[in-house]
Design a protein around this ligand. Sequence first.
Ligand code: HEC
Length: 256
Amino acid sequence: MKKYLIALLLVLMPAVVQAAASPYPLDKMKPNLRDQESLQRGMALFVNRCMGCHSMEYQRFARTADDLGLPHDLVEDYLILGEHKINDLMTISMDKGDAAGWFGAPPPDLTLSARLRGTDWLYTYLRSFYRDEARPWGVNNALFADVGMPNVLEDLQGAVVNNCTIDELMERGNRGTLDPLTGNRSGQCMTVQANTGSMNSAEFDRAIYDLVNYMAYVGEPSRLQSERIGTFVLIFLAIFTFVAYLLKREFWRDIH
Ligand code: HEC
């Protein structure tokens, strides 16, 4: 009995730890691994904006290129920024010890981040940085309090100011309402200062969607393949059942 209880606790542990981590409400996003253009844009954003600090060291450039429908020479010319070759793993050369000194915590490898944190968490985290002069990089994060990561996408999103107390922020989140015509949100705790970012909020949400979609793909690269094979298996089973039924009828005709 005790053994089962411990097993149950271990199974529930990640959920409990995650729930306890921050009360900040998560925004939902549903990955679409069939949307290759979204995955391609997400990869471009990742190698340009994130790979300075974060590796994806269990993933190869070549595999990513093949799965995302990108020609190898294009990836070599535009998406491999360091010394890497197309068949290399997506590693980086930043020393973890140095990084821990600079940021307080080393930037973790992000290959499995979407599996570990979940896509909703990532989607919310990357859209929840705000200006906070008390922090070393001048930014904080509503979901990940006192985060060590600088806001590397501020030039796209713009400078975000938080007008609420932390308690209000945790309770209400930052959804506000979206104006479908202008693509801007209103009634939120966090507001973007005018003319500080190159994207409006709908464009920025879209860019982060692509980025997280790409991270979801890297977390489980064979998922696309298994979904495709799964469809064939179901079609095969349907045809086979029909043939088996015909065969059964044929056999039983003689017996009756
Ligand atoms: C200048 C370096 C730097 C860049 C560039 C950077 N990050 Fe980070 N990131 C960090 C550091 C440092 C941490 C660890 C923060 C901590 O633990 O306090 C971190 C943490 C994270 C985490 C949380 C990991 C976890 O589960 O705890 C995610 C997710 C993340 N970064 C995603 C990104 C993405 C996506 C990009 C590109 C848009 C990016 N980062 C660009 C430095 C960076």
